[in-house]
Design a protein around this ligand. Structure first.
Ligand code: SF4
Length: 383
Protein backbone atom coordinates (compact mmCIF):
# COMPACT_ATOMS: atom_id res chain seq x y z
CA UNK A 1 0.00 0.00 0.00
CA UNK A 2 1.28 3.48 -0.89
CA UNK A 3 2.62 5.44 2.10
CA UNK A 4 2.69 9.22 1.85
CA UNK A 5 3.35 11.95 4.39
CA UNK A 6 1.20 15.07 4.32
CA UNK A 7 2.08 18.73 4.76
CA UNK A 8 -0.57 21.41 5.28
CA UNK A 9 0.41 25.04 4.67
CA UNK A 10 -1.46 27.70 6.64
CA UNK A 11 -0.26 30.96 5.06
CA UNK A 12 -1.29 33.49 7.71
CA UNK A 13 0.68 35.23 10.44
CA UNK A 14 -0.07 38.06 12.84
CA UNK A 15 3.03 39.94 11.77
CA UNK A 16 5.73 39.41 9.16
CA UNK A 17 9.02 38.61 10.88
CA UNK A 18 12.04 40.58 9.66
CA UNK A 19 13.91 37.54 8.30
CA UNK A 20 11.07 35.46 6.86
CA UNK A 21 10.55 34.78 3.15
CA UNK A 22 7.92 32.07 3.52
CA UNK A 23 4.61 32.29 1.71
CA UNK A 24 2.75 34.19 4.45
CA UNK A 25 0.18 36.98 4.60
CA UNK A 26 -0.84 39.28 7.39
CA UNK A 27 -4.48 40.40 7.43
CA UNK A 28 -5.12 43.93 8.62
CA UNK A 29 -8.74 43.50 9.52
CA UNK A 30 -11.34 40.86 10.18
CA UNK A 31 -11.43 38.67 7.08
CA UNK A 32 -13.06 35.45 5.95
CA UNK A 33 -9.93 34.58 3.95
CA UNK A 34 -8.61 32.08 6.55
CA UNK A 35 -11.91 30.17 6.75
CA UNK A 36 -12.25 30.14 2.95
CA UNK A 37 -8.68 28.89 2.67
CA UNK A 38 -9.49 26.06 5.08
CA UNK A 39 -12.53 25.14 2.93
CA UNK A 40 -10.35 25.14 -0.19
CA UNK A 41 -7.69 22.99 1.49
CA UNK A 42 -10.37 20.46 2.44
CA UNK A 43 -11.69 20.49 -1.14
CA UNK A 44 -8.18 19.87 -2.45
CA UNK A 45 -7.62 16.99 -0.02
CA UNK A 46 -10.77 15.37 -1.34
CA UNK A 47 -9.88 16.06 -5.00
CA UNK A 48 -6.25 14.98 -4.82
CA UNK A 49 -6.95 11.80 -2.86
CA UNK A 50 -9.51 10.85 -5.54
CA UNK A 51 -6.74 10.92 -8.13
CA UNK A 52 -4.69 8.25 -6.36
CA UNK A 53 -5.38 4.69 -7.43
CA UNK A 54 -5.66 3.53 -3.86
CA UNK A 55 -6.36 4.96 -0.42
CA UNK A 56 -2.85 5.86 0.72
CA UNK A 57 -1.54 5.25 4.21
CA UNK A 58 -0.33 8.33 6.08
CA UNK A 59 2.38 7.92 8.74
CA UNK A 60 2.93 11.64 9.44
CA UNK A 61 1.08 14.94 9.05
CA UNK A 62 2.68 18.34 9.55
CA UNK A 63 0.80 21.64 9.75
CA UNK A 64 3.26 24.44 8.99
CA UNK A 65 3.20 27.93 7.65
CA UNK A 66 2.77 30.64 8.38
CA UNK A 67 1.24 30.07 11.73
CA UNK A 68 -1.20 27.14 11.94
CA UNK A 69 -2.30 28.33 15.39
CA UNK A 70 -3.41 31.60 13.77
CA UNK A 71 -6.50 29.47 13.07
CA UNK A 72 -8.82 28.26 15.79
CA UNK A 73 -8.54 24.64 16.90
CA UNK A 74 -11.86 23.82 15.17
CA UNK A 75 -10.48 24.85 11.78
CA UNK A 76 -7.35 22.74 12.31
CA UNK A 77 -9.58 19.87 13.44
CA UNK A 78 -11.73 20.25 10.31
CA UNK A 79 -8.67 19.72 8.08
CA UNK A 80 -7.56 16.73 10.15
CA UNK A 81 -11.03 15.19 9.94
CA UNK A 82 -11.03 15.63 6.16
CA UNK A 83 -7.63 13.95 5.92
CA UNK A 84 -8.93 11.00 7.94
CA UNK A 85 -11.93 10.68 5.61
CA UNK A 86 -9.76 10.44 2.50
CA UNK A 87 -6.59 8.70 3.68
CA UNK A 88 -5.69 5.82 6.01
CA UNK A 89 -4.07 7.92 8.71
CA UNK A 90 -2.10 5.41 10.81
CA UNK A 91 -3.24 4.96 14.41
CA UNK A 92 0.17 6.01 15.68
CA UNK A 93 0.70 8.73 13.06
CA UNK A 94 2.85 11.66 14.12
CA UNK A 95 0.60 14.72 13.80
CA UNK A 96 2.47 17.99 14.31
CA UNK A 97 1.42 21.61 14.28
CA UNK A 98 3.75 24.55 14.36
CA UNK A 99 2.65 26.97 17.06
CA UNK A 100 3.56 30.54 17.79
CA UNK A 101 3.58 31.59 21.43
CA UNK A 102 1.61 34.74 20.61
CA UNK A 103 -1.29 32.79 19.09
CA UNK A 104 -1.65 29.90 21.49
CA UNK A 105 -3.11 29.24 24.89
CA UNK A 106 -3.86 26.22 27.05
CA UNK A 107 -7.49 25.96 25.89
CA UNK A 108 -6.49 25.89 22.21
CA UNK A 109 -3.78 23.29 22.88
CA UNK A 110 -6.26 21.19 24.85
CA UNK A 111 -8.71 21.19 21.93
CA UNK A 112 -5.94 20.39 19.47
CA UNK A 113 -4.98 17.36 21.57
CA UNK A 114 -8.60 16.23 21.47
CA UNK A 115 -8.62 16.52 17.68
CA UNK A 116 -5.60 14.22 17.50
CA UNK A 117 -2.55 16.48 17.30
CA UNK A 118 0.22 14.77 19.27
CA UNK A 119 3.26 16.96 18.58
CA UNK A 120 3.82 20.70 18.76
CA UNK A 121 6.71 22.59 17.26
CA UNK A 122 6.92 25.95 19.01
CA UNK A 123 8.70 28.85 17.28
CA UNK A 124 10.65 30.39 20.17
CA UNK A 125 13.75 31.67 18.28
CA UNK A 126 15.36 33.27 21.37
CA UNK A 127 14.74 33.51 25.10
CA UNK A 128 15.69 37.17 24.90
CA UNK A 129 13.17 40.01 24.62
CA UNK A 130 15.40 42.52 22.84
CA UNK A 131 16.29 39.99 20.13
CA UNK A 132 12.66 38.92 19.78
CA UNK A 133 11.61 42.53 19.26
CA UNK A 134 14.28 43.00 16.61
CA UNK A 135 13.07 39.91 14.80
CA UNK A 136 9.52 41.37 14.80
CA UNK A 137 8.26 38.40 16.80
CA UNK A 138 4.91 38.94 18.51
CA UNK A 139 5.85 37.33 21.83
CA UNK A 140 8.25 37.73 24.73
CA UNK A 141 10.59 35.11 26.17
CA UNK A 142 8.23 34.61 29.14
CA UNK A 143 5.28 34.08 26.80
CA UNK A 144 7.26 31.42 24.94
CA UNK A 145 7.93 29.62 28.22
CA UNK A 146 4.27 29.98 29.13
CA UNK A 147 3.21 28.46 25.79
CA UNK A 148 5.52 25.47 26.28
CA UNK A 149 4.16 24.92 29.79
CA UNK A 150 0.60 25.25 28.51
CA UNK A 151 1.33 22.62 25.86
CA UNK A 152 2.58 20.22 28.52
CA UNK A 153 -0.46 20.88 30.70
CA UNK A 154 -2.69 20.17 27.70
CA UNK A 155 -1.08 16.73 27.42
CA UNK A 156 1.50 17.16 24.66
CA UNK A 157 4.26 14.68 25.46
CA UNK A 158 6.16 15.48 22.27
CA UNK A 159 7.34 19.08 22.12
CA UNK A 160 9.85 20.71 19.84
CA UNK A 161 11.20 24.24 19.93
CA UNK A 162 13.14 26.31 17.41
CA UNK A 163 16.04 28.62 18.24
CA UNK A 164 17.97 30.96 15.98
CA UNK A 165 21.61 32.02 16.13
CA UNK A 166 23.73 34.50 14.13
CA UNK A 167 21.17 37.19 14.96
CA UNK A 168 22.10 40.88 14.72
CA UNK A 169 23.31 42.06 18.11
CA UNK A 170 23.33 38.53 19.56
CA UNK A 171 26.32 37.85 21.82
CA UNK A 172 27.70 34.46 22.81
CA UNK A 173 26.17 34.98 26.27
CA UNK A 174 22.75 35.67 24.73
CA UNK A 175 22.98 32.46 22.75
CA UNK A 176 24.16 30.40 25.72
CA UNK A 177 21.24 31.71 27.74
CA UNK A 178 18.77 30.68 25.03
CA UNK A 179 20.25 27.19 24.68
CA UNK A 180 20.45 26.70 28.46
CA UNK A 181 16.86 27.87 28.96
CA UNK A 182 15.69 25.52 26.21
CA UNK A 183 17.44 22.59 27.91
CA UNK A 184 15.93 23.53 31.30
CA UNK A 185 12.43 23.33 29.75
CA UNK A 186 13.27 19.79 28.64
CA UNK A 187 11.52 19.50 25.27
CA UNK A 188 11.81 16.22 23.37
CA UNK A 189 13.21 17.98 20.32
CA UNK A 190 15.20 21.15 19.55
CA UNK A 191 15.90 22.70 16.13
CA UNK A 192 18.60 25.34 15.63
CA UNK A 193 18.85 27.63 12.65
CA UNK A 194 21.54 30.12 11.72
CA UNK A 195 20.00 33.30 10.32
CA UNK A 196 20.19 33.56 6.54
CA UNK A 197 19.40 36.76 4.70
CA UNK A 198 16.68 35.92 2.21
CA UNK A 199 15.91 38.20 -0.73
CA UNK A 200 12.93 40.46 -0.20
CA UNK A 201 13.06 40.44 3.60
CA UNK A 202 13.45 43.50 5.83
CA UNK A 203 16.72 42.12 7.18
CA UNK A 204 18.13 41.66 3.70
CA UNK A 205 17.29 45.27 2.82
CA UNK A 206 18.85 46.56 6.04
CA UNK A 207 21.97 44.49 5.43
CA UNK A 208 22.26 45.69 1.83
CA UNK A 209 22.09 49.27 3.16
CA UNK A 210 24.86 48.57 5.69
CA UNK A 211 22.46 48.92 8.63
CA UNK A 212 22.54 45.36 9.96
CA UNK A 213 25.59 43.94 11.69
CA UNK A 214 25.71 40.17 12.00
CA UNK A 215 28.02 38.05 14.19
CA UNK A 216 31.11 37.08 12.21
CA UNK A 217 31.78 33.56 10.95
CA UNK A 218 33.99 32.68 13.90
CA UNK A 219 31.29 33.62 16.42
CA UNK A 220 28.62 31.84 14.37
CA UNK A 221 30.68 28.62 14.41
CA UNK A 222 31.33 29.00 18.16
CA UNK A 223 27.57 29.39 18.75
CA UNK A 224 26.78 26.24 16.79
CA UNK A 225 29.51 24.27 18.55
CA UNK A 226 28.34 25.46 21.97
CA UNK A 227 24.84 24.17 21.18
CA UNK A 228 26.16 20.84 19.88
CA UNK A 229 28.23 20.16 23.00
CA UNK A 230 25.61 21.43 25.47
CA UNK A 231 22.77 19.46 23.90
CA UNK A 232 24.92 16.34 23.70
CA UNK A 233 25.81 16.36 27.42
CA UNK A 234 22.13 17.07 28.15
CA UNK A 235 21.15 13.79 26.47
CA UNK A 236 20.05 14.99 23.05
CA UNK A 237 20.86 12.99 19.95
CA UNK A 238 22.25 15.23 17.21
CA UNK A 239 20.57 13.38 14.35
CA UNK A 240 20.46 16.01 11.60
CA UNK A 241 22.58 19.10 10.93
CA UNK A 242 20.04 21.42 12.58
CA UNK A 243 18.09 18.97 14.72
CA UNK A 244 18.47 17.34 18.12
CA UNK A 245 16.14 14.95 19.91
CA UNK A 246 15.83 12.81 22.97
CA UNK A 247 16.53 9.30 21.62
CA UNK A 248 13.33 7.99 20.03
CA UNK A 249 11.80 11.45 19.60
CA UNK A 250 13.34 12.35 16.24
CA UNK A 251 10.90 14.07 13.88
CA UNK A 252 9.38 11.30 11.76
CA UNK A 253 7.84 13.82 9.37
CA UNK A 254 11.09 15.61 8.63
CA UNK A 255 12.76 12.22 8.08
CA UNK A 256 10.47 11.95 5.04
CA UNK A 257 12.29 14.92 3.51
CA UNK A 258 15.78 13.78 4.50
CA UNK A 259 15.03 10.33 3.05
CA UNK A 260 13.62 12.07 -0.04
CA UNK A 261 10.40 10.07 0.24
CA UNK A 262 6.98 10.96 -1.13
CA UNK A 263 4.70 13.60 0.36
CA UNK A 264 1.60 15.53 -0.54
CA UNK A 265 1.25 19.21 0.30
CA UNK A 266 -2.04 21.08 0.63
CA UNK A 267 -2.56 24.81 1.00
CA UNK A 268 -1.33 27.90 -0.90
CA UNK A 269 2.21 27.39 -2.18
CA UNK A 270 2.52 23.86 -0.78
CA UNK A 271 4.86 21.49 -2.63
CA UNK A 272 4.08 17.83 -3.38
CA UNK A 273 6.42 15.06 -4.51
CA UNK A 274 4.80 11.88 -5.73
CA UNK A 275 5.70 9.25 -8.32
CA UNK A 276 8.79 11.16 -9.49
CA UNK A 277 6.73 14.31 -10.13
CA UNK A 278 7.03 17.50 -8.08
CA UNK A 279 4.59 20.36 -8.19
CA UNK A 280 3.79 23.52 -6.31
CA UNK A 281 0.30 24.82 -5.67
CA UNK A 282 -0.88 28.35 -6.41
CA UNK A 283 0.73 30.67 -3.82
CA UNK A 284 -1.80 33.46 -3.40
CA UNK A 285 -4.66 32.44 -1.06
CA UNK A 286 -7.40 34.21 -3.03
CA UNK A 287 -6.28 32.61 -6.31
CA UNK A 288 -5.94 29.26 -4.55
CA UNK A 289 -9.53 29.55 -3.35
CA UNK A 290 -10.86 30.67 -6.75
CA UNK A 291 -9.07 27.94 -8.68
CA UNK A 292 -10.12 25.33 -6.17
CA UNK A 293 -13.78 26.46 -6.38
CA UNK A 294 -13.62 26.33 -10.18
CA UNK A 295 -12.08 22.85 -10.03
CA UNK A 296 -9.03 24.09 -11.94
CA UNK A 297 -5.65 22.39 -11.55
CA UNK A 298 -3.80 24.25 -8.77
CA UNK A 299 -0.27 23.30 -9.84
CA UNK A 300 1.63 26.38 -11.01
CA UNK A 301 5.08 24.81 -11.20
CA UNK A 302 5.53 21.21 -12.15
CA UNK A 303 8.47 18.98 -13.06
CA UNK A 304 9.17 15.33 -13.67
CA UNK A 305 12.50 14.59 -11.99
CA UNK A 306 15.02 12.68 -14.11
CA UNK A 307 16.62 9.81 -12.20
CA UNK A 308 19.98 11.65 -11.96
CA UNK A 309 18.33 14.67 -10.37
CA UNK A 310 16.32 12.58 -7.91
CA UNK A 311 19.53 10.77 -6.91
CA UNK A 312 21.41 14.06 -6.49
CA UNK A 313 18.63 15.39 -4.28
CA UNK A 314 18.63 12.20 -2.20
CA UNK A 315 22.37 12.67 -1.66
CA UNK A 316 21.96 16.35 -0.76
CA UNK A 317 19.28 15.84 1.84
CA UNK A 318 20.48 12.43 3.04
CA UNK A 319 24.00 13.65 3.87
CA UNK A 320 22.37 15.88 6.53
CA UNK A 321 21.49 12.79 8.64
CA UNK A 322 24.29 12.38 11.11
CA UNK A 323 23.79 8.64 11.51
CA UNK A 324 24.83 8.44 7.87
CA UNK A 325 23.47 7.79 4.42
CA UNK A 326 23.28 4.18 3.28
CA UNK A 327 24.63 4.24 -0.28
CA UNK A 328 23.71 0.61 -0.95
CA UNK A 329 20.09 1.36 -0.29
CA UNK A 330 20.27 4.36 -2.61
CA UNK A 331 21.96 2.21 -5.26
CA UNK A 332 19.03 -0.21 -5.16
CA UNK A 333 16.49 2.61 -5.24
CA UNK A 334 18.02 4.31 -8.30
CA UNK A 335 19.44 1.20 -10.04
CA UNK A 336 22.92 2.70 -10.17
CA UNK A 337 26.10 2.00 -8.19
CA UNK A 338 26.23 5.28 -6.26
CA UNK A 339 29.85 4.87 -5.12
CA UNK A 340 30.98 4.57 -8.74
CA UNK A 341 28.63 7.23 -10.06
CA UNK A 342 29.92 9.77 -7.53
CA UNK A 343 33.46 8.38 -7.24
CA UNK A 344 35.20 11.71 -8.06
CA UNK A 345 33.06 13.77 -5.69
CA UNK A 346 33.36 11.23 -2.87
CA UNK A 347 37.14 11.00 -3.24
CA UNK A 348 37.53 14.79 -3.19
CA UNK A 349 35.27 15.24 -0.15
CA UNK A 350 37.20 12.53 1.72
CA UNK A 351 40.53 14.14 0.81
CA UNK A 352 39.19 17.45 2.12
CA UNK A 353 38.26 15.75 5.41
CA UNK A 354 34.57 16.58 5.05
CA UNK A 355 33.07 13.07 4.87
CA UNK A 356 33.84 9.48 5.80
CA UNK A 357 32.71 6.46 3.81
CA UNK A 358 32.80 3.16 5.65
CA UNK A 359 30.95 -0.06 4.73
CA UNK A 360 28.81 1.85 2.25
CA UNK A 361 27.68 4.44 4.83
CA UNK A 362 28.45 8.08 4.11
CA UNK A 363 28.81 10.51 7.05
CA UNK A 364 29.79 14.10 7.58
CA UNK A 365 32.90 14.65 9.67
CA UNK A 366 32.80 17.41 12.29
CA UNK A 367 34.46 19.70 9.75
CA UNK A 368 31.91 18.68 7.14
CA UNK A 369 29.10 19.43 9.58
CA UNK A 370 30.21 23.07 9.75
CA UNK A 371 29.95 23.41 5.94
CA UNK A 372 27.13 20.94 5.32
CA UNK A 373 25.54 23.03 2.54
CA UNK A 374 28.82 23.09 0.63
CA UNK A 375 29.18 19.32 0.99
CA UNK A 376 25.59 18.83 -0.23
CA UNK A 377 26.19 21.08 -3.24
CA UNK A 378 29.05 18.83 -4.39
CA UNK A 379 26.47 16.28 -5.55
CA UNK A 380 24.81 18.61 -8.04
CA UNK A 381 26.03 18.09 -11.58
CA UNK A 382 25.41 20.93 -13.94
CA UNK A 383 24.03 19.83 -17.31
S1 SF4 B 1 5.78 33.60 12.40
FE1 SF4 B 1 7.08 32.18 11.21
S2 SF4 B 1 6.10 32.01 9.22
FE2 SF4 B 1 5.20 33.81 10.24
S3 SF4 B 1 6.40 35.53 9.48
FE3 SF4 B 1 7.34 34.85 11.40
S4 SF4 B 1 8.92 33.35 10.78
FE4 SF4 B 1 7.55 33.66 9.03
Amino acid sequence: MRSVSIYIHIPFCERHCAYCDFNVYTLKEQSDLPSRTVEAICREISRESGQLNEKATVPTIFFGGGTPTYLGADALGQILRTLRQHFNVEDNAEITAEANPGTSDAAKFQQMREYGFNRLSVGVQAFHDMLLRQLDRTHTAKEAEYALNAARTAGFSNLSLDLMFRLPGQSMQDWQQSVDTAVSINPEHISLYGLTLEPGTRYERLHAGGRLQLPDEELETAMYEYAISTLKVSGYHHYEVSNFARPGWESRHNMTYWDNNEYLGFGPGAVSYLGGRRWKAERVPLKYIEKSSADVNLAVEEEILPKEQALAESMMVGIRKLDGLDLERLSTRYSVTVESYYSDELRQLQEDGLITLRSGVLKLTHRGLLVADTVAAAFIRLP
